[in-house]
Write a protein that binds this ligand. Structure first.
Ligand code: SAM
Length: 223
């Protein structure tokens, strides 16, 4: 290692030990994915040295790449085995998308901001992911074409669970979604069993708002 060079592998290992394992992330496949995916590739160049810090970072357009622990917790709650078809709402940087792509069969990811979607698509392509498709779309409507989904992950704060997402979730499927007001939410795990929808709260959290027909109005301030 040349002097002055950042050892990202070491930072990644430290992040997994100090931020994830120590807080109860146990799923071995999730931890392996976090050891593999190069988070620094998904953050703006001037923030790369902070890529493995214990907080969200700005990715431009008023949006953020979520705190590593929150990405890990949401992923663990999805209970992925490797064969799932996933809908992700809120591609952002594409980091969470990469983690999902490592752990499932295919990922459809929706992002409302074109610039972010293009950037994430390019990074994921350069990293060799072939099981991901990113669309520029209002994710509160879901993406009917490929539904139903085994898992749905929403990575922006909703004021309620969007009805189309419940409809597009497979029977026995799991959805993870932050729900609450603009400035604080509860991370919910929703399980569909026929007509019965079970919901439990896992953690308090703060996400940028989910904008759209079944989300917040465009006029709310992002960030
Ligand atoms: N998981 C992402 C990552 O790893 O970088 C971070 C996602 S960021 C916290 C939330 C994203 O949701 C933002 O990029 C925002 O533009 C997007 N978003 C908000 N409302 C949306 C909607 N209705 N449809 C699609 N994307 C939406």
């Amino acid at each position: 290692m040349r002097k002055g060079r950042v050892d990202y592998t070491k930072l990644r290992q430290r992040m997994v030990e100090e931020q994830l394992i120590s807080r109860g992330i146990k799923d071995k496949r999730v931890l392996t994915a976090f050891l593999k995916v190069e988070r620094e590739k998904f953050v703006p160049k001037n923030l790369r040295k902070e890529a493995y810090e214990d907080f969200p970072l700005s990715i431009g357009e008023g949006q953020t790449i979520s705190q590593p622990y929150m990405v890990a917790l949401m992923t663990q709650c999805l209970k992925l085995q490797g064969e799932e078809k996933i809908l992700e709402v809120g591609t952002g940087s594409g980091y969470q998308t990469a983690i999902l792509a490592e752990l499932s069969k295919e990922v459809f990811s929706l992002e409302r901001i074109e610039k972010l979607a293009h950037k994430a698509r390019r990074i994921l392509h350069n990293l060799g992911y072939t099981n991901v498709q990113i669309f520029v779309a209002n994710g509160t409507l879901g993406w009917e074409e490929f539904s139903p989904y085994d898992r749905i992950l929403v990575t922006a704060g909703a004021k309620e669970v969007p009805l189309p997402l419940i409809e597009q979730l497979k029977d026995e499927g799991i959805m993870v979604i932050p729900v609450g007001d603009l400035y604080s939410q509860k991370l919910k795990v929703i399980e569909k069993r026929g007509d019965v929808i079970n919901s439990r709260t896992v953690e308090s959290c703060i996400f940028v708002p989910l904008i759209g027909k079944y989300g917040w109005d465009e006029s709310v301030k992002n960030g």
